[in-house]
Ligand binder design. Structure first.
Ligand code: ZN
Length: 280
């Protein structure tokens, strides 16, 4: 059934776990995520990020995500991730998305607040939830990381996070505390004290972006400190690539659907491992 992010995060809060949010730019990803959620009987978040626009335009994949969510036997939120323009967010809301993320993290504070407030007003008209970001994460999904600054300097400032949540009225806060988007080249080192501090100052659930590639121990600690949503995609997608490559190296394959099937099964197994930790 289709639900809002706020509803999913409320369940996560009550159950002391983190809900998984997975990008689903194709059918294989959708299947991999929803099968696990149904088997484990847990709520889940399907995400669409603007960077997938070229291979999976929102206008076409959005209705498929919504269809799958409505058909699912578990609560499913359909979320637009890292929207950088209000127009793109509106397109998702018009379609029926139950959650949007406005990402103004690279903008000056006041501008980020002003746009996030507009996103909150837009979402209120359809009853959708809003996530926004303060602080800058490494390896951005869109745009470039500002050069000449140490990663730690870009982490979320707890006091600013408190102000941001009060100034905007958002439902979930994406914070930067050591994770990065994409595949990690060095083991991520998370600033747990920062999560704890932010959590003590804001009343809403915290979101970990760049969640795939973090160790199970670190996931558990982050969840204990207050993370209630973990964005996971790169490692799942890469598991699909590895399975497809292995199949093609080992066998003579004629049909593309056999490659897709192998990738889907590998992604399903990868998502399972992640979900077993998130929904501990
Ligand atoms: Zn992200």
């Amino acid at each position: 059934m289709l639900v809002t992010m706020k509803e999913v995060l409320k369940m996560a809060e009550e159950g002391n776990y983190a809900a998984g949010a997975f990008n689903t730019p194709n059918f294989e990803c959708l299947r991999a995520v929803l099968r696990n959620a149904e088997e484990m009987k847990v709520p889940v978040i399907l995400s669409h990020a603007q960077l997938h626009e070229e291979t999976a335009p929102l206008r076409e994949i959005g209705p498929v995500m919504l269809f799958e969510a409505r058909e699912a036997k578990v609560p499913v939120c359909v979320h637009l991730d890292h929207g950088e323009t209000l127009e793109y967010l509106q397109e998702a809301l018009d379609m029926g998305f139950t959650s949007i993320m406005y990402d103004g993290s690279l903008l000056p504070y006041e501008e980020n607040v002003a746009n996030t407030r507009k996103a909150v007003e837009m979402a209120a008209r359809t009853g959708a939830s809003v996530e926004a970001e303060i602080g800058v994460m490494g390896g951005r999904e869109a745009g470039g990381k500002p050069a000449s600054q140490k990663a730690e300097d870009l982490y979320t400032d707890p006091e600013l996070a408190r102000r941001f949540v009060e100034d905007t009225g958002i439902d979930a806060l994406a914070c930067s505390f050591g994770t990065a988007h994409g595949i990690y080249k060095v083991k991520p080192k998370l600033d747990f004290d920062r999560i704890e501090k932010i959590k003590s100052l804001v009343a809403i659930p915290l979101v970990m972006h760049g969640g795939s590639g973090v160790s199970p121990e670190d996931y558990r600690t982050a969840i204990r400190k207050g993370v209630r949503k973990i964005n996971y995609y790169s490692y799942m997608s890469n598991a699909g690539v590895k399975a497809a490559k292995k199949l093609l190296e080992e066998q003579e394959v004629t049909f593309y659907h056999d490659v897709a099937q192998a990738a889907m099964e590998a992604m399903e197994a990868d998502v399972r491992k992640a979900m077993e930790v998130f929904y501990q």
